[in-house]
Design a protein around this ligand. Structure first.
Ligand code: UD1
Length: 432
């Protein structure tokens, strides 16, 4: 296991290229199982989650080649319909194999995902959707055994859960429905840009999907899909994380290239509301950010897209920790997602967490400390705090950040940060 040692207080400036989206790549890689023809996917970030997905696809029998961001996948007939616990336990997003496996093989056996640190993450909506298309679901030995011997048949499915629509649930249903008989209508569909990117990819494969990006998606089933080429959209959460770095008090201003302004609206708007400078180029593919002269506290209520993303609240909490005034962060999607707050408090932040809400009173400065990353976005928050803190911060359990940030250390160093990755003997103790 590695840890990251961050020497705080160095000035940040310069330009960074944003990678392709991790969350768009995962279902798109899984969707390659829908055809026996080769697909080529570009801008797949080299992070451990995409690597796990590629490993699972290979172990199922697909042939996968990866070279500098482009992944070529060919899934011949006869690939396995069963993934092992060992294969999928490392990544919750492996649930998005369910849709393509059911569409292609009409059966699959997938381990039931357990809980995770950001909360109990159920799959009831995924299962309800596949059952609505005619599949039978049994739980046996910790696995979901799902079968549709007569094939899948299109119908109308409402994907709304108690916390709003589900992103991967919408993806799964879309992937299951592309080869189903007849028409499937997804009501209360997730509108995230990653869902739209998947729909665009599937349509390039010959699917007939309309309405992705709206609350109602219509899928007309087709007989067969074919190979295609696709470039993944920019990672809006990586971009948001670097935007926060660019407005922290150690920044002289950063330029982020390869972004999509439209996807960044709620993230950009909040930074502007908090008094910071956010300037896009004309076509919205590059953005300059720098700290405002009088930064203000702010309020976040996470919501499904186009609302404020739950995946960006931890990073903003790190910014609010150093912003004068009282800020409030409420996460309605994952109300338990506040593990980073106790670590930020060890660095001197003043944060109270109660019933899914963090109340942050800005302090003058943070000081470096040994801290423990608990999940992907929590670790990003710790890195941001460490960049601005006085002294050195050791961030243990770095593997969390490696799940979703491509070449983070290199990118930060190019911007002037002092970071060093070292083998962490202590961090491997009590691994989960
Ligand atoms: C995706 C993202 C993740 C992001 C999350 C919410 C990927 C790989 N991951 O995760 O980064 O934080 O969207 O934007 O794209 N729920 C149920 N039943 C289900 C499924 C979900 O109740 O069957 C609930 C969840 O507990 C949560 C809410 O629905 O409260 C939204 O979760 P969901 O959109 O499904 O998250 P993921 O798609 O797993």
């Amino acid at each position: 296991m590695d840890k990251l040692i961050v020497e705080g207080g160095h000035r940040l400036s310069g330009t960074v290229n944003i990678s392709g989206s991790k969350n768009a790549s995962l279902p798109i890689l899984a969707a390659a199982l829908l055809t026996d023809e080769p697909v080529r996917i570009s801008r797949v970030p080299d992070v451990s989650d995409t690597n796990y997905m590629i490993q699972i696809l290979s172990q199922l029998g697909a042939s996968v080649e990866r070279s500098s961001g482009t992944v070529r996948i060919e899934s011949p007939d006869g690939i396995s319909s069963s993934a092992s616990y060992e294969q999928v336990r490392k990544m919750r997003a492996s649930i998005c194999l369910l849709g393509p496996m059911m569409a292609r093989m009409k059966r699959c056996t997938l381990p039931l995902p357990g809980g995770c640190v950001i909360g109990d993450r159920p799959v009831d909506l995924h299962l309800r959707a596949i059952q609505a298309l005619g599949a039978r679901v049994r739980v046996k030995g910790g696995n979901m055994v799902i079968e549709a011997p007569n094939g899948l048949v299109g119908t109308t499915v409402d994907m709304r859960g108690d916390s709003g629509p589900t992103v991967l649930g919408t993806d799964n249903l879309m992937m299951a429905a592309v080869l189903a008989k007849g028409t499937t209508i997804i009501e209360s569909a997730a509108r995230e840009p990653e869902v739209v990117d998947l729909a665009n990819f599937l349509n390039k494969m010959g699917a007939r999907i309309e309405g992705a990006g709206s609350r109602t998606i219509t899928i007309h089933g087709v007989e067969k899909l074919h190979g295609c080429e696709h470039t993944v959209i920019p990672d809006r959460i990586e971009a948001g994380t670097f935007m926060v770095a660019g407005v922290m008090n150690v920044s002289d201003g950063l330029t982020l290239n390869r972004v999509c302004r439209e996807h960044m609206k709620s993230i950009s708007d909040l930074l502007v509301e908090c008094g910071h400078v956010v300037e896009y180029n004309e076509d919205g593919t590059s953005v300059f950010v720098k700290p405002g002269e009088r930064p203000r506290s702010g309020k976040i209520l996470t919501n499904p897209y186009p609302g404020y993303p739950t995946d960006m609240q931890a990073q903003m909490t790190a910014l609010f920790a150093l912003t004068p005034g009282i800020s409030v962060v409420k996460d309605t999607i994952f109300p338990q997602r506040f593990m980073h707050c106790s670590e930020l408090k060890r660095m001197g932040a003043n944060i109270k967490v109660d019933s899914g809400t963090a109340i942050i009173t800005g302090v003058e400065g943070l000081s470096g400390a040994p801290v423990m990353a608990s999940d992907l976005r929590a670790s990003a928050a710790l890195v941001l705090a460490a960049l601005a803190a006085e002294g050195t911060t050791d961030i243990h359990r770095l593997y969390h950040i490696d799940r979703g940030y491509e070449m983070l250390d290199d990118k930060l160093e190019l911007l002037g940060a002092r970071v060093k990755r070292v083998l962490d003997e202590a961090g491997s103790v009590g691994e989960d």
